[in-house]
Design a protein around this ligand. Structure first.
Ligand SMILES: *[C@@H]1O[C@H](CO)[C@@H](O)[C@H](O)[C@H]1NC(C)=O
Ligand SMILES: *[C@@H]1O[C@H](CO)[C@@H](O)[C@H](O)[C@H]1NC(C)=O
Ligand SMILES: *[C@@H]1O[C@H](CO)[C@@H](O)[C@H](O)[C@H]1NC(C)=O
Length: 379
């Protein structure tokens, strides 16, 4: 594809996303159930589960930009300069405020080298890609190409230049693809799903029977729960959360955390000339390892949670062997069967299990050998 054509496509896409669907940030999606839902696994949760007290940063950020009637362009420029002096996480919180009571946006984001309209789009992905459209007829479903992603990220993060610099600095497509999912969910929310994932059940059915949607801001699944002494030979964390499928509301603090982490670490590597990477490096830099760490960091962060009644740190032990979804604060962790059915290890159920929501079909088969996740099932 010529770069001119890519630009035109990017412009069209931006137009499509931001003008034709001006209201889709708030509307469309599923309404929070008005019924007095019971938060299943909450009983054993020492953390505060009240949506209002969960994310303390939920409150509107300080009014950095003057709203006075005589606001001039000059004043706005000064305030934006001030904004850039804030720590990165605060800049992100300002740009992408989080409200747990907002609705889950009705977006499905996927990325691939080509869009399905392109003849080069892999045949084996047609079924998986189509499964998301079929299961979500009222959603905006976008397959973003690498080139379009560059423009979209530039548009969304123009006021946070460190993030743009980090995105442009990442030396491999897989690192950029990892980073992109966190960036798009932080800015717009919705569902991110790898192109090789098959939607088994509509996202609207994932948690609505168990939890009130206006008290949940992030839905994640488990990639591996290797209950064996040599787990470290196979996975980088004892419990590894997956990042091939994530649902979030815009601005969720875990996304803020991981975007800040990847940005800071990438710019640090750039400065010290350490931009080369192996398989282990991808997992730790942008992949499931750092994603898992960001989630646990959030669970144990007293900025967000009232720890006064806490009986101890939240760790992998709190999620091992789960067969029902579990809610910690405003995060729902689904059991391993939900996003990893049929993997044949870690106690995962089969694809026809009522808790199976998404199947990761070709798990890394399209990645170079060196970047594949090791799978104990392959022994
Ligand atoms: C996490 O596990 C610890 C013990 O391992 C327990 O004390 C604590 O209550 C658990 N927390 C949650 C949220 O399940
Ligand atoms: C990013 O996360 C990793 C752990 O996954 C941690 O070692 C590192 O210190 C974090 N960096 C920043 C800047 O938070
Ligand atoms: C709990 O987590 C905090 C922060 O992550 C850490 O400083 C502390 O040592 C941990 N406590 C225990 C008992 O593991």
């Amino acid at each position: 594809m010529s770069s001119k054509r890519a630009l035109v496509l990017a412009a069209l896409l931006l137009f499509f996303i931001f003008f034709l669907y001006p209201r889709s940030q708030t509307p469309l999606p599923f309404e929070p159930e008005p019924s007095p839902g019971v938060d299943h696994a909450d009983g054993d949760n020492p953390l505060t589960n009240q949506p209002d007290s969960t994310p303390k940063l939920d409150a509107s950020p300080p009014p950095l930009i003057s709203t006075g009637s005589e606001t001039s362009i000059k004043q706005q420029q000064t305030s934006i300069l001030n904004l850039k002096n804030l720590p990165l996480k605060d800049q992100l919180a300002y740009q992408f405020p989080y409200r747990v009571s907002s609705k889950f946006p009705a977006y499905i984001w996927q990325t691939w080298k080509y869009t399905p309209a392109n003849a080069k789009f892999k045949e084996e992905f047609r079924v998986t890609e189509a499964s998301w459209t079929e299961k979500h007829p009222n959603f905006v479903h976008e397959v973003i190409t690498d080139r379009v992603a560059v423009h979209l990220i530039r548009h969304l993060y123009s006021s946070v230049p460190d993030v743009l610099e980090a995105y442009n600095t990442l030396p491999l497509p897989i690192l950029k693809a990892d980073f992109f999912r966190y960036l798009i969910l932080l800015a717009r929310g919705g569902v991110y799903a790898d192109i090789d994932t098959l939607a088994l059940q509509p996202v609207t059915d994932w948690i609505s029977d168990h939890f009130q949607l206006n008290s949940v801001g992030l839905v994640i699944g488990i990639e591996a729960d290797p209950d064996r002494p040599d787990w470290a030979a196979w996975y980088s964390r004892r419990i590894q959360f997956c990042q091939w499928t994530i649902q979030s509301k815009p601005g969720h603090p875990v996304l803020r955390e991981i975007v800040a982490n990847i940005t800071i670490e990438t710019l640090k590597r750039k400065k010290t000339g350490k931009l080369t990477v192996d398989h282990e490096g991808v997992v730790e830099w942008t992949g499931p390892a750092v994603w898992t760490d960001a989630i646990f960091k959030y669970f144990n962060d007293d900025t967000y949670f009232d720890m006064t009644d806490s009986k101890g740190n939240i760790s992998w032990a709190n999620f091992t062997g789960m067969s029902e979804p579990k809610k910690v604060g405003d995060v729902v962790v689904l059991p391993i069967t939900s996003f990893s059915p049929g993997i044949g290890h870690s106690g995962a159920g089969e694809v026809d299990d009522p808790m199976a929501f998404v199947k990761h079909e070709f798990e890394g088969s399209w990645k170079p050998e060196s970047e594949r996740i090791k799978n104990p099932g392959e022994e």
